[in-house]
Design a protein around this ligand. Structure first.
Ligand SMILES: NC(=O)c1ccc[n+]([C@@H]2O[C@H](COP(=O)([O-])OP(=O)(O)OC[C@H]3O[C@@H](n4cnc5c(N)ncnc54)[C@H](OP(=O)(O)O)[C@@H]3O)[C@@H](O)[C@H]2O)c1
Length: 279
């Protein structure tokens, strides 16, 4: 039996498995020989991924197509996995709302809180209790580089990711004596479908690959409590932590997001000024 299976058991569960970073977690965990439960809303994408994982890695898969922000979705997930020993939980599903806070529909902002905070809270309590009874397990929680300070034009998302980070740090200490490794994963910009409004054109910013983010996270699990992948992100993390006051970090990250979101922000400014001129 390989080291990863002996440490975390035979089954892993990945939320947000249908694309982006979650798809990559699903493939890399299956490549280590674990069976995987794949969770997201898009049943077709999950089905295709399940077949390709079974072919490529000779492991078992189980698909749960559910909206995790709905109470029924959580019940469906718990019922569908009741017979499995989930030893590795990857709380990856997430959503982002960007733009001036006053222009974000409040229902969208609350959905972000539901998916980024309420869902990992519910899943972690449910599966960690079983891991504790077994005396081993691993839990990853997707946070972000924006979690270390407030960030204008993405304030609610950054605050939700700060919750993920602080929650992971707290339970990492609580659950360590029970043999459970907890890791907060804090990437910077990563290639995925999370942020269609972000535009890197003409900027010296390159998003990392999901592959590299996941590889670093799986290496860090059990060795550290916070995973910051990539040299640029590590530089931002350590300089933000030790060299600069927090408000300087807020201004610096605010500047970056003003640039990558410039198309959206300019569009919203135009709508606002035409509304003002008609009123
Ligand atoms: N990309 C980045 O730059 C970046 C940086 C730092 C942190 N992160 C974090 O990394 C995680 C993964 O993001 P990503 O970049 O891979 O985004 P993505 O490509 O948009 O993937 C998001 C995943 O979450 C699933 N999902 C969304 N809403 C859901 C819901 N209500 N119920 C169940 N599943 C749902 C999506 O699948 P369906 O649409 O099929 O439901 C998809 O599989 C997030 O927590 C994000 O905050 C991303």
């Amino acid at each position: 039996m390989n080291e990863f299976i002996s440490k975390y058991g035979k089954w892993a569960l990945i939320t947000g498995a249908s694309k982006g970073i979650g798809l990559e977690f699903s493939r890399q965990i299956a490549a280590k020989g674990l069976n995987v439960v794949l969770v997201a809303r898009s049943e077709n994408s999950l089905g295709l991924l399940a077949s390709s994982i079974e072919n490529d890695y000779a492991v078992k898969t189980r698909v749960v197509a559910a909206d995790l922000t709905e109470a029924d979705g959580i019940v469906q997930l718990f019922e569908t996995t009741a017979d499995l020993d989930i030893g590795l939980l990857v709380n990856n599903a997430g959503r982002e709302d960007s733009g001036p806070f006053l222009q974000i529909p409040i229902d969208d902002a609350i959905k972000t809180i539901d998916l980024n905070i309420k869902v990992p809270l519910q899943l972690t309590q449910h599966f960690a209790a079983k891991m504790k009874a077994r005396g081993k397990g691993g839990i990853l929680i997707m946070s972000s580089i924006v979690a270390f300070q407030g960030v204008p034009n993405i304030a609610n998302y950054a605050a939700s990711k700060a919750w993920d980070l602080v929650f992971a740090e707290g339970i990492a200490t609580e659950l360590k004596p029970s043999g459970i490794d907890v890791l907060s994963v804090n990437p910077g910009f990563t290639k995925s479908e999370l942020s269609p409004d972000i535009n890197f054109e003409g900027l010296p910013i390159k998003p990392m690959s999901a592959d590299a983010v996941v590889k670093t996270a799986l290496e860090d699990l059990g060795r550290s409590r916070v995973s910051v992948p990539g040299r640029v992100n590590k530089f931002l993390y350590y300089s933000g932590k030790y060299l600069q006051p927090r408000r300087v970090n807020t201004a610096a990250f605010g500047g970056v997001f003003r640039r990558v979101l410039r198309n959206k922000l300019e569009g919203q400014d135009a709508v606002e000024s035409s509304q003002t001129s008609h009123s």
